[in-house]
Design a protein around this ligand. Structure first.
Ligand code: AR6
Length: 176
């Protein structure tokens, strides 16, 4: 499924983000940037130690990554050239600014991609695994944030959501 807004196409696909050949894939990381389970684990496993090495340099410089922010590293052995690491919110029932933080995680990743003059970026469904964000609400925020962003001044050509199950794909399709 696809939708075009100005010069940017948004597409939704079922798949494994570590296989995605784009300028940058986005990692749903944690503030330590030292890897973890889920998509974070899969990215570090497939990309190899070069990514972690750069994460360590970043943490030495800026400390832990605050939820809603994003940083960029190389892509190691991944087909993607770069990894943008962002941290989504842990779900606490919706009373701890989760919506703002999730929206910021998407937006800051897009801003960073544009700053680096990247043309193609792929996202996973941030916060909907270990961090427990309700899927329909997270999909709504993801789609709204991306649409609003590209309605402004972006040079991105394609934003792909690589979704890990049919259920997740359908939730995003409904909101696109
Ligand atoms: N490709 C695409 N999506 C994937 C992949 C993959 N290879 N693997 C998992 N997913 P999660 P979070 C989906 O838990 O909720 C980590 O330990 C998964 O099905 O990876 O933001 C970090 O270090 C789900 O839909 O991220 C943090 O501690 C989505 O990716 C914490 O988990 C996000 O699930 C972050 O939790």
């Amino acid at each position: 499924m696809e939708k075009q807004i100005k010069q940017t196409r948004i597409s939704l696909e079922l798949g494994d983000i570590t296989k995605c050949r784009v300028d940058a894939i986005v990692n749903a990381a944690n503030p330590s940037l030292m890897g973890g389970a889920g998509v974070d684990g899969a990215i570090h496993k497939a990309g190899g130690p070069a990514i972690l090495k750069e994460c360590k340099r970043i943490v030495a410089h800026i400390g832990r990554l605050t939820p809603g922010h994003a940083v960029i590293t190389n892509g190691g052995r991944l087909p993607a050239r770069h990894v943008i690491h962002t941290v989504g919110p842990v779900w606490h029932g919706g009373v701890q600014r989760e919506e703002l933080i999730l929206s910021s995680a998407y937006r800051e990743s897009l801003v960073l991609a544009d700053k680096m003059a990247l043309k193609t970026i792929a996202f996973p469904s941030i916060s909907t695994g270990a961090y427990g964000y309700p899927l329909d609400q997270a999909a709504e925020i993801a789609m709204r944030t991306v649409k609003e962003y590209i309605a402004g001044d972006s040079f991105l050509e394609q934003i792909i959501f690589i979704l890990f199950s049919q259920e997740i794909l359908e939730a995003y399709q409904k909101k696109l």
